[in-house]
Design a protein around this ligand. Structure first.
Ligand code: NCD
Length: 312
């Protein structure tokens, strides 16, 4: 298990290439168990442990993925969302989390619309905190599952060119995966409208890899090994800066798929706005689309992270 990390898992920023590789190796070892092809030997590593899922923002994949990951390791999972909890009565996130900790949980997984929320809880609480997405900041388990999907498809990440397309400014997914790509020696090519992709993003991450910024998707497509497209973050950007012809410039259409290299991988973190950022034919491409494999790898990543954080 990775040793260079604390018992919290908050961000990919600050991890170096070997640390990220250690996480990817731990996650890859979990893939057969995540997919249900094999079962871990009894007693399960987290038998008798309790993990609390605190989700203060809508989620399907990430919440269920943490829940299944915990169950496959033998943990009990308790789910709390803002609707139906005392958050709707004005209780702060910190007070809610302190109360959950006082009930003796072994880890708290938190999703919040506020950037920095997970780190704030980690400063105040003793139990391990896992960031399941905080505002526009980071979504580190999503970053790892994207990297694992890329590594399994491409064989290696160092030296590869990976396009990340869309609403980069508002995307915690783009931030996490960019930190990971640069740490592993790849080039992250950030592509989108000038309002959402600004040249200062070239300094987002440090490492042996690099970041480039562009606005012309059609020019970039034939030059990359993978294209990760993002959901337009209507709840964060309130649509600002997203023109009605987004699809014509940045949508992954069937015509654009034909401009990609033969083995180019297509990724999307979900939820997918079909017909806006990606068309059906592309999302469901049986050979190049990794979208459902990303979801399976997400369970494996979360198994590795929960095991390391709870068992220390
Ligand atoms: C992402 C998220 O919530 O940050 N989805 C996910 O976790 N799979 C991306 C998004 O909402 O666009």
């Amino acid at each position: 298990m990775p040793t260079a990390v604390s018992r919290d898992f908050l961000a990919l920023e600050g991890l170096d290439g070997p640390e990220i590789t250690t996480w990817l190796d731990a996650a890859e070892a979990m893939v057969p168990f995540a997919a249900g092809d094999r079962f871990l030997p009894h007693p399960l590593p987290l038998a008798g442990r309790v993990v609390a899922n605190l989700f203060f923002e809508d989620s399907t994949r990430t919440r269920v993925s943490f829940e299944i990951a915990g169950k496959r390791l033998g943990a009990e999972i308790t789910n709390l969302s803002s609707a139906g909890s005392s958050a709707s009565k004005g209780e702060t996130l910190l007070d809610t989390a302190r109360n959950i900790e006082a009930m003796g949980v072994d880890a708290i997984v938190v999703r919040s619309g506020v950037s920095g929320a997970a780190a704030m809880l980690a400063r105040h609480l003793d139990c391990p905190i896992v960031n399941a997405g905080d505002g526009r900041h980071e979504h580190p388990t999503q970053g790892l599952l994207d990297l694992l999907s890329l590594r399994k498809h491409l064989g290696a990440i160092a030296g590869r060119r990976i396009a990340i397309v869309g609403d980069i400014a508002n995307s915690r997914v783009a931030r996490s995966v960019t930190h990971g790509l640069v740490a592993l020696g790849a080039e992250a090519v950030l592509v989108g409208p000038p309002t959402l992709v600004d040249p200062s993003l070239e300094r987002l991450a440090k490492g042996p890899g690099r970041i480039s910024v562009g606005h012309d998707l059609d020019a970039v497509l034939p030059t990359v090994d993978a294209v990760m497209t993002l959901r337009i973050q209507l709840e964060r950007a309130a649509g600002s800066g997203i023109s009605s012809d987004y699809r014509s410039s940045y949508g992954l259409t069937a015509a654009r798929r034909d401009r990609m290299r033969e083995n180019c991988a297509i990724l999307h973190p979900g939820p997918v706005n079909r017909g806006i950022e990606i068309d059906d034919d592309v999302a469901d491409d049986p050979r190049r689309s990794l979208i459902l494999r990303q979801v399976t790898h997400g369970v494996a990543v979360r198994m590795a992270v929960l095991r390391a954080c709870v068992l220390g």
